[in-house]
Design a binder for this molecule. Sequence first.
Ligand SMILES: Nc1ncnc2c1ncn2[C@@H]1O[C@H](COP(=O)(O)OP(=O)(O)O)[C@@H](O)[C@H]1O
Ligand SMILES: [Mg+2]
Length: 237
Amino acid sequence: MTEPVIRVVDLGKSYETAAGLFPALKGVNLEIRPGEFIAIMGPSGSGKSTFMNLLGCLDTPSMGDYFLAGENVAHMDKDALAILRNRTLGFVFQGFNLLPRMTLQDNVALPLVYAGLDKKERRPKAREMLAKVGLGQYAESLPSRISGGQQQRVAIARALVNEPRLILADEPTGNLDSHTSEEIMRLFDELNGEGITIVLVTHEPDIAAHAGRQVKFLDGQIVSDQATPTREAVPAC
Ligand SMILES: Nc1ncnc2c1ncn2[C@@H]1O[C@H](COP(=O)(O)OP(=O)(O)O)[C@@H](O)[C@H]1O
Ligand SMILES: [Mg+2]
């Protein structure tokens, strides 16, 4: 068997609150193999974003181990973590998180700045990724000039620009109407078809049906982990 892209062992996270330590994630175990498309589901407050932020190295666990591409992230220092994160994964947020005063191509090129590429190398890569998500003609535009669905495509292009093998997306269609959501999901399907591993949070069954495997959270724990029953065509909305 191939080595998992992600392996978490008894992973936990507690937040400090005025009322004391609050355990948002209570010892989670999960393995994700290269090329999988996983939907993370569960009610609001069940720990999905806490889990995704740990997977994306945006936060550090309170307990347990996290192996990303075989390396134990829990014991890495900040610099090593930033390099591994930049090289291995792309993160897509519900709110797009584009910088409003930067052109779309400069937004997409941001991870390349952190990777140390100079401007001459960044531009063509950013344009290539914008073209891949169907927005090549808007390279010089500002985010405010395009729709929400298009902004999410730009955010996906930004997540792809370092050619990561893993995309993490926390409710990427949460701010989009159902038709636009379906278009965004077709893009994720296409990326998964190219071999990119995808972990995507949603609470909509129609969206989760795009994944091959569905993992449900409740009260900071995984309560089910199943293959998606049938991958029949999702009806157009
Ligand atoms: N920074 C934080 N400080 C304190 N509590 C938090 C923090 N972030 C999340 N929580 C709490 O942890 C629980 C899980 O939150 P979250 O992971 O955002 O859930 P979900 O994404 O499933 O809605 C919730 O009860 C939430 O209020
Ligand atoms: Mg959340």
